[in-house]
Ligand binder design. Sequence first.
Ligand code: GDP
Ligand code: GDP
Length: 492
Amino acid sequence: MTDDYEDDYTPPAPSDPQESLDEVREAALRAGLEAYELDEGDLATLEGEPVEQREALPILAIVGRPNVGKSTLINRIIGRRLAVVEDTPGVTRDRVTYEAEWAGRDFLLMDTGGWESGVTGIDLSVAQSAEAAMELADAMLFVVDATVGPTATDEKVVKLLRKTKKPVVLVANKVDGPQGELEAAALWNLGLGEPYPVSALHGRGVGDLLDVAVGALPTEARMVDDEGSPRRIALVGRPNVGKSSLLNKLADSERAVVNELAGTTRDPVDELIEVDGELFTFIDTAGIRRRVHLSQGADYYASLRTSAAIQRAELALVLLDGSVPLTEQDLRILSEVVDAGRAIVMVVNKWDLVGEEERFMFERSFEKDLTHLTWAARVNLSALTGWHTNRLKRAMDEALTNWDRRISTGKLNTFLGELVSAHPHPVRGGKQPKILFATQASTRPPTFVLFTSGFLDPQYRRYIERRLRETFDFEGTPIHISVRVREKRGRR
Ligand code: GDP
Ligand code: GDP
């Protein structure tokens, strides 16, 4: 092994002495790793194969009237209880999308059942959710209760769904045993193709259903990352925080470029906008401009859009209202962006309304709730007056640059060597875990893989992240650190 490695190794002609030291060190650590049991994935990582990146996941939406078993089906698919399954109509659920995996495909499940009934009536709210799904999702599961058969509400949704070009898979739920198959077959009449009989409650048929559903999702990535194509920006934030005002301000001052630059925008709802001389694709501007603040369920609809936009974006501009303290909804949107691994710029809007008092209140809530996000870039501005909107571009550039940042393996290992000698991991049960080798497995966001001889304390991981951020510039981007504990060969 060692010989092979040395055969391949052509030392670069280093000009920088530190760089060559880094490389010598890297080679030594790499060689040391050979005493450990590594699997295929490890070897691939060591050869520089990127670990899976968090691309835009295809969206599978679940549509159907109340009580047909949508939540049960979601739980079944994601394999755990939903954070919130509430019975109060009109209460917005905590999350609207969930990451799921089937047969090696990752996708997002979108729960459109969150604004059921209430004053708008069942028909309208189910129709609204179907429309949202048709617009935002890549494919849909339409769930019908086979024990009840199609109701008038179901028929109305079917009329809507027939209009979409996107795939719709008909789910005949509550078929708990073979005797229900007949009832399920009756659903052929809906004209949506083959009904798939399942029992969301017991799991019966769900695997077959997922095979079909996943097969219906588009395989090509939702967006092509052509070098030089405009970067994709999601402008998100709770209702009334000033998204459309900011969008208009940016578009007015620079004049929106609404044309088809070959292959750049794939979605008619997106818009190319020039910000300080550079074109960006602003995602789902149509959704921001179409202001639906009136009807019940609008907030829920907004959450669905927000989730979809974050998925498709590289960077999220998260708008916050500086004139009032942060809300739960602000925090939820921020954590959704972080979880999705997107670059972030926090835009604190309405700064023209912020006096001393408001400022104090806002900063206090900011310090209390966002200690984990001190790395996110922040711009205070006023979309109304345009004050400081010229600072956006720089913050966006920096966040994206850092999201793309790659640290060479040599540098990274030198950094960790220094970190460990300055502050070794505490001894646990007579042993001290060693960091054997580290490499940055991917960018967007920066993702690091650490090979170690034992588990690292959570505090120590946080320490590593903090020092990484202090040493290299990662402002505006989440970073991931994955630790792979490996044993010495021949120990087992
Ligand atoms: P949602 O309103 O569409 O989200 O429906 P829920 O998932 O809350 O389910 C409504 C009711 O139907 C609950 O009492 C579930 O336990 C029940 N249910 C869901 N799926 C099945 C199933 O496959 N078989 C049976 N027998 N009951 C089910
Ligand atoms: P959206 O729902 O997030 O798109 O929010 P809008 O852009 O529709 O703004 C909601 C309200 O806040 C409107 O009345 C705007 O005029 C107002 N608004 C937006 N930005 C600012 C700002 O910077 N300062 C002030 N004073 N008001 C603003």
